[in-house]
Design a protein around this ligand. Structure first.
Ligand SMILES: Nc1ncnc2c1ncn2[C@@H]1O[C@H](COP(=O)(O)OP(=O)(O)OP(=O)(O)O)[C@@H](O)[C@H]1O
Length: 241
């Protein structure tokens, strides 16, 4: 089966494995393949099945999962000529509010779709957001977390983990939304929000978008802004030209 895919060039490396641009010789199209070291295949499969249920322009489409020797390959849609939000912020610094608003709308809509289908992302952060010229795409949907990072008791990326998770609370849709708030905050301020107990030292971004981001970063998961409320608040915001 794997004769079907030809690995062409490495497009990225993450904590879990290497991502390749590859060619699907049967369907004659380029794809992205993440090569993971086998070990927790059942968990990866379970989550890949969940991710495969999702169909949304801002969620990377999973095409296939296949074992290959000691590895497990996840075949997915290739997001052409994209950079991660994290790379974009390191290159350009804080992004203009209309650009972050567009990113926010896409990601809120993506999370809202996934949550409606009962799928959590579990690791929303600027490394998992791809920016292409015409699209904003969330990658690593539900796949990163079950394999986990051996060193951390709470799955996720430090700085982007909802506060209730540190108290042993479950990962919920609201926890994904806090992580999204932290991701948007980073896009606006070029650093993740301060999680220290003195919020006055870190007033955060201002304006409509700032208030939405603040609402997503609410400590109490029950009072936190929902994806729908955030989307409707942003409906009146200006689009980038
Ligand atoms: N579908 C895709 N299309 C294009 N590039 C991709 C795609 N998926 C991943 N990449 C690139 O590969 C890099 C690593 O991918 P990814 O974040 O999924 O790996 P990872 O091992 O899960 O990383 P981590 O768990 O540390 O976030 C990304 O930063 C991105 O540059």
């Amino acid at each position: 089966m794997l004769d079907r895919y030809r690995l062409l060039a490495r497009v990225g490396r993450g904590g879990m494995g290497v991502v390749w641009r590859a060619h699907d010789s049967l369907l004659r199209r380029d794809v992205a393949i993440k090569v993971l070291v086998s070990g927790n295949d059942r968990a990866v499969l379970r989550e890949a099945r969940a991710a495969a249920r999702l169909t949304h322009p801002s969620i990377v489409t999973v095409y296939d999962v296949a074992p290959s020797g000691d590895n497990l390959w996840i075949v997915m849609e290739l997001v052409h000529e994209s950079v991660t939000l994290s790379e974009m912020v390191s290159r350009l610094g804080p992004l203009p509010a209309p650009v972050v608003t567009r990113i926010a709308r896409s990601l809120l809509s993506a999370l809202s779709h996934a949550h409606d289908k009962g799928v959590l992302h579990r690791d929303v952060n600027p490394h998992n957001v791809l920016l292409a010229s015409d699209r904003v795409v969330l990658i690593d949907f539900g796949i990163a977390a079950p394999v986990g990072r051996a060193s951390s008791a709470v799955a996720g990326t430090p700085g982007y983990i909802a506060p209730e998770r540190y108290g042993g609370g479950p990962h919920t849709a609201a926890a994904d939304l806090w992580s999204l708030g932290a991701t948007l905050y980073t896009a606006m301020e070029s650093r993740p929000p301060c999680v220290a107990p003195d919020p006055t030292a870190d007033p955060g971004p201002s304006g409509l978008l700032g208030r939405v981001v603040g609402g997503l970063l609410t400590d109490d998961p029950y009072s936190r802004l929902s994806a729908r409320a955030a989307l409707s608040a942003l409906a009146s915001a200006k689009d980038p030209v």
